[in-house]
Design a protein around this ligand. Structure first.
Ligand SMILES: C[S@@+](CC[C@H](N)C(=O)[O-])C[C@H]1O[C@@H](n2cnc3c(N)ncnc32)[C@H](O)[C@@H]1O
Length: 345
């Protein structure tokens, strides 16, 4: 069973059908499938979470659903290290201010399930079925996670996955972030997620550039991490960012600035409302210059509509043609109809 952004399920289905999966139950933001051969659960650009299904239950009372969950895991001989409970995305990210992740209902249900499983043990002995002390904790790498997806509050899907990469350790694949200050825009969370997911070794004192920086959510995150930051955007920055002693604003379009402005910068974030072809051509010019020495790029590629994902391979080939060391692409949990490319130069 897989979760993705509301609207991206068509792309997920196309991808996994090509890999020989037979589609089963699905809803916007949620896809299940079967395979005739033993297979690892699918992964891909638009797949936010993936788990081996353990069954599902429908009913009006959570106590009934918890009984069905207990029955579904009654034969498990190995305890679960973590319990993750989250809702499928109920609408497109950003629409009506919707943000993915654990909402009030799923937090309450998570507590109920956690307490409901209190008296359950593994099939072969006296070990409690859950090892965690509360639900929805970040899993350690290698931990075994019991997943419950609220496809609707009255319809739950059960599954399990082994945590390894960062997004598989986060409940529902959504990074839990506690901002130090009120973020200036939701791009704060998107930047935080892209930085964590990329694994880039960004350190205090590094110089980072953001193209498409206004009003300044992402720059706020970079400044909070102790970096020196250059923001490039014809639009105005929020004064809380503009007045920061480690911030410089160039009120211009990225393509119009001389490359020497970016001398000494290690990291480049791009979040401008520009089509990917034009964005990538600007980034190539910035990277492919003797004046610059970027180590890592986090490029938001705005799809506009999901049909445009058909261009992804072409965009990736173009990035690879710069001779980069590593390229990974993912629709981050906090991405709207867009994907993030993490590029090690
Ligand atoms: C989604 S907003 C960026 C949000 C921002 N990253 C934040 O953290 O708050 C997109 C921005 O791209 C800017 N933009 C559009 N074309 C641009 C270009 N060619 N160069 C730089 N910025 C551009 C727009 O002015 C707009 O402020």
């Amino acid at each position: 069973m897989m979760c993705c952004a509301h609207g991206a399920e068509g792309l997920v289905k196309e991808q996994i059908a090509r890999e020989g999966w037979r589609l089963a139950f699905s809803r916007p933001g949620f896809v299940t499938a079967k395979h005739d051969q033993p297979r690892q659960s699918p992964t891909g650009v638009f797949i936010r979470t993936t788990a081996k299904s353990l069954g599902s239950a429908k009913g009006d009372h959570s106590s009934q659903l918890i009984e069905k969950l207990k029955a579904a895991i009654a034969d498990e001989t190995v305890a679960f290290d973590q319990l993750h409970v989250w809702p499928r995305d109920r609408t497109a990210i950003g629409k009506f201010d919707f943000e993915p992740g654990i909402d009030e209902v799923s937090a309450a249900v998570a507590d109920e399930i956690f307490h409901g499983l209190n008296d359950l043990h593994v099939a072969t002995g006296v070990t409690p079925i859950l090892k965690c002390t509360e639900p929805n904790q970040i899993a350690e790498s290698g931990e075994r996670v019991l997943d419950v997806v609220l496809v609707d509050p009255s319809q739950w899907f059960f599954g399990m996955h082994d945590a390894n990469t960062l997004p598989t350790r986060w409940p529902g694949g959504v990074q839990p972030v506690q901002p130090a200050y009120e973020p200036i825009s939701r791009a704060y969370f998107k930047a935080a997620e892209s930085i964590a997911w990329s694994g880039f070794d960004m350190r205090p004192g590094d110089l980072a550039v953001e193209v498409g920086s206004a009003p300044g959510g992402a720059c706020g995150r970079l400044l909070e991490m102790g970096m020196d930051v250059i923001g490039v955007d014809p639009a105005e920055m929020d004064p809380r960012i503009n007045n920061h002693p480690r911030f410089i604003h160039y009120p211009a379009r990225a393509g119009d600035l001389p490359r020497r402005v970016f001398r000494g910068a290690k990291w480049l974030l791009v979040d401008s409302t520009v089509k990917p072809d034009a964005t990538l051509s600007t980034v190539r010019n910035m990277v492919d210059s003797r004046e610059t020495d970027f180590r890592g790029l986090l490029i938001t590629m705005k799809l506009g509509q999901y049909d445009n994902a058909e261009n992804l391979n072409r965009w990736c080939d173009f990035i690879r043609s710069w001779g980069v060391k590593r390229l990974e692409v993912r629709q981050l949990a906090r991405n709207r109809c867009e994907v993030c490319a993490a590029v090690t130069v």
